[in-house]
Design a protein around this ligand. Structure first.
Ligand SMILES: Nc1nc2c(ncn2[C@@H]2O[C@H](COP(=O)(O)OP(=O)(O)OP(=O)(O)O)[C@@H](O)[C@H]2O)c(=O)[nH]1
Ligand SMILES: [Mg+2]
Length: 379
């Protein structure tokens, strides 16, 4: 190995439509020129070497390297493509190289920052409800989203491992940070437990937008119309527009059947109201060691593929609505590979929320038209 110092004349390396990757302003090293021909076992690529122009070669010449010949025995050509992550949420084993890079992260972030609901005046922000068992990673998901948008690790919501839900207040979080507040809210709830915590009536009120921000949950007392701050007449802006069932992938197999029933109950309530339901599959780093080491391998992991399939079958949710994520929990700085998974999940949910809001706005227009036509008939 020899190192050539640049002499500062520029064009150290550049791309050229005819020559391909080229080193040196005086074409110190050109590998190709126009086309190549095959001659016996060799390929002549019509490259050339003219050392010493942009690099100080310390007396080495083209002859030293290749005997002044640009004939090759073997040439390998690599195409590097930056493809956006497989939005289908499917494990794509056949995918070539999925680069979970800063560029992809930035483009997803931009999309979410420019997201707006179909009617920003009537519905300023899409409300995404996080529901799941205790310790599923609901509050951590909010913290992760907040970290992604703020560009540094944040831990606004309390998280931790406790026998009963650590989150006891309903919180409707806006993601503040940077220059913009994206047009979605994450609604964090108390964890579902076997014999206490939220029940189906509480959930119906949550979905219907009757529960105010900062509402203090009480495991022993059901939410009623008399509860503090109960929103009696919620509008389209107050209701939930998309439900995310937050499921810890590492403990899903041992999830109690009662909690699972509660989750299925929430799903039924949502479906009865045509509210889209997604799954945010957390703690996938504990499901697959490879993913723990490199989160970009998430869509290549057989273990995670199986987990997505199990959950998709058990809940009857299409697999592209089951989003594996890795929450920030002990990291000290953000990682584009983790950010992309989070942003991808959010993108899926906001798209579904958008569809739901659009449908409801259409319903309202039909209602108004019907009322007007009835008034015309009666007058
Ligand atoms: N390794 C790993 N740990 C996680 C992940 N998500 C959450 N955790 C950890 O799991 C624990 C519980 O997370 P929380 O976010 O508090 O869970 P929660 O669903 O809000 O729980 P409650 O509010 O108690 O119902 C915390 O110790 C987190 O650090 C993840 O993706 N990977
Ligand atoms: Mg919590």
């Amino acid at each position: 190995m020899v190192k050539f110092a640049r002499n500062g004349k520029g064009n150290d390396v550049f791309d050229d439509a005819t020559y391909g990757p080229t080193f040196g302003g005086g074409n110190n090293l050109i590998f190709f020129s126009n086309s190549y021909t095959k001659s016996g076992a060799y390929c002549n690529t019509y490259g050339s070497s003219n050392f010493g122009n942009t690099y100080n070669t310390n007396g080495y010449s083209a002859k030293t390297f290749n005997g002044n010949s640009n004939a090759y025995l073997d040439i390998e050509v690599y195409a590097r493509e930056i493809q956006e992550m497989n939005y289908m949420g499917k494990i794509n084993h056949g995918a070539k190289v999925t680069l979970l890079t800063g560029a992809v992260r930035d483009s997803l972030l931009d999309r979410l920052l420019s997201f707006s609901t179909p009617s920003p005046t009537k519905v300023p922000a899409a409300r995404l409800l996080l529901v799941g068992s205790v310790v599923a990673g609901k509050s951590s998901f909010f913290n992760t989203v907040s970290s992604v948008f703020k560009g540094e690790i944040r831990s606004q919501a309390a998280t931790g491992t406790t026998p009963h839900s650590l989150t006891t207040k309903y919180r409707v979080y806006a993601i503040r940070g940077g220059h913009q507040t994206p047009a979605f809210r994450l609604c964090d709830t108390m964890g579902l437990e076997e014999d206490q915590g939220l029940d189906v009536v509480d959930m119906a009120y949550l979905l219907g937008g009757h529960v105010p921000d900062h509402f203090q949950f009480n495991s022993a007392v059901r939410i009623t119309r008399e509860s503090a701050g109960f929103v009696k007449d919620p509008g389209l802006a107050d209701v939930i527009h998309c439900v995310a069932l937050v499921i810890d992938g590492s403990t899903y197999k041992v999830m109690s059947s009662k909690v699972k029933e509660k989750l299925l109950g929430v799903q039924t309530l949502a479906r009865d109201r045509d509210i889209p339901v997604h799954v945010v599959l957390t703690e996938v780093d504990k499901v697959c060691q490879d993913v723990a080491e490199d989160p970009s391998l998430i869509f290549r992991s057989r273990a995670i593929e199986n987990k997505v399939k199990d959950i998709s079958d058990a809940f009857g949710i299409q697999s592209n609505h089951v989003q594996p994520v890795k929450n920030y929990e002990s990291e000290t700085s953000i990682d584009p590979r983790v950010d992309i998974l989070t942003l991808n999940a959010l993108r899926q949910m906001t798209v579904s929320a958008e569809d739901y809001i659009e449908d409801r706005l259409d319903d309202k227009e039909v209602e108004t038209d019907t009322k007007i036509s009835k008034m015309n008939i009666s007058s």
